[in-house]
Design a binder for this molecule. Structure first.
Ligand SMILES: C[S@@+](CC[C@H](N)C(=O)[O-])C[C@H]1O[C@@H](n2cnc3c(N)ncnc32)[C@H](O)[C@@H]1O
Length: 217
């Protein structure tokens, strides 16, 4: 399964940014037809706004992907110590190139299900569009919570099922088959229950088929 996911992201690394940021007519059409027009750039702005502008602690971005949504924010947080992790060497190489020259940012190739960090190592764990791709969601939930300090924030977003029939069909019949997404997928209620089991507080919002959240450990 992990190989299939690696191959999927290797094959798409050149079109990934364009599709997600709606850089062409076809990507705008794709988002409008299959994702009810939900704009990932707006969701990125919402989740990034949960991070204080003067944040100076330790932050883990998992999975960083190509850093298309986060590069500008991470460059600006130059008093923080930012670790960017991804399983795909290809995606990580794009992120590294985009963030070159930033001494406060480091890059790690690894698996969210076995994070190579101590318990409580981070003040913020940031996870955009990762959980719908991760092969073992339970390990991903427990590992991201483990490496967070008590009082630290888990911030992010990902696809949830049950909001749009056409999006669910696309995910099931195309994106999951290709390896960009990996089942099982959660509904809003299932995700809310999971987050409130793990975290002291959990604020959850939805925009089309995307849930975004800020939780405190
Ligand atoms: C949809 S991309 C999201 C990337 C980025 N956060 C964004 O919003 O553009 C999903 C990413 O999850 C990574 N990934 C998949 N399985 C992983 C795992 N087990 N551990 C770490 N990263 C993984 C993929 O390599 C890919 O870069």
């Amino acid at each position: 399964m992990k190989d299939k996911i690696q191959q999927a992201y290797k094959a798409s690394k050149n079109i990934y940014d364009d599709v997600l940021t709606q850089g062409s007519f076809f990507s705008r059409l794709y988002i409008r037809l299959f994702w009810s027009g939900t704009d990932d750039r707006e969701i990125a702005r919402s989740v990034l706004s949960c991070i204080p502008a003067d944040f100076g602690g330790a932050l883990l971005d998992v999975p960083v992907g190509t850093a298309v949504f986060t590069a500008q924010a991470w460059r600006g947080l130059n008093n923080a110590s930012i670790t960017c992790l991804d399983h795909s060497r290809d995606m990580l190489a794009e992120a590294r190139a985009r963030l070159s020259g930033c001494r406060h940012i480091s890059f790690v190739q690894g698996d969210v299900g076995a994070l190579p960090f101590a318990d409580g190592a981070f003040d913020i764990v940031f996870s955009m569009n990762g959980f719908h791709a991760f092969p073992d969601k339970e390990k991903a939930f427990s590992e991201t919570a483990r490496v967070l300090k008590p009082g630290g924030a888990f911030i992010g977003c990902f696809y949830i099922r049950g909001k749009s029939k056409i999006t669910d069909l696309l995910v099931k019949c195309v994106l999951a088959k290709k390896g960009w997404f990996t089942p099982p997928f959660q509904t809003e209620e299932e995700l809310r229950r999971r987050l409130t089991q793990i975290y002291r507080t959990a604020q959850l919002h939805t925009d089309g088929s995307i849930a975004w959240f800020r939780c405190v450990k």
